[in-house]
Write a protein that binds this ligand. Structure first.
Ligand code: ZN
Length: 70
């Protein structure tokens, strides 16, 4: 019955990440805030407005993995 939450392939730590999600109910587009350079991003899939939210995502290094800062 025991089920490990760890995925066998990847052992990436997750954190609450700020994201923007599409306000269109029929669209599930979203983007990490790190990759948004506009005050009000537009969904790349349907051109709807996006709203800020949070999502549990693997921690993503913005830079090259070799330049890990701890
Ligand atoms: Zn969309």
């Amino acid at each position: 019955m025991y089920y490990s939450r760890k995925r066998p392939m990847m052992d990436l730590p997750e954190e609450m990440t700020t994201i923007w999600s599409c306000t269109n109910d029929k669209c599930n587009g979203w983007v990490r805030d790190n990759f948004v350079f506009l005050i009000q991003p537009i969904c790349s899939q349907c051109n709807s407005l996006m709203e800020k939210g949070e999502k549990m995502l693997p921690i993503l290094a913005n830079t090259c993995p070799d330049q890990k800062k701890l």
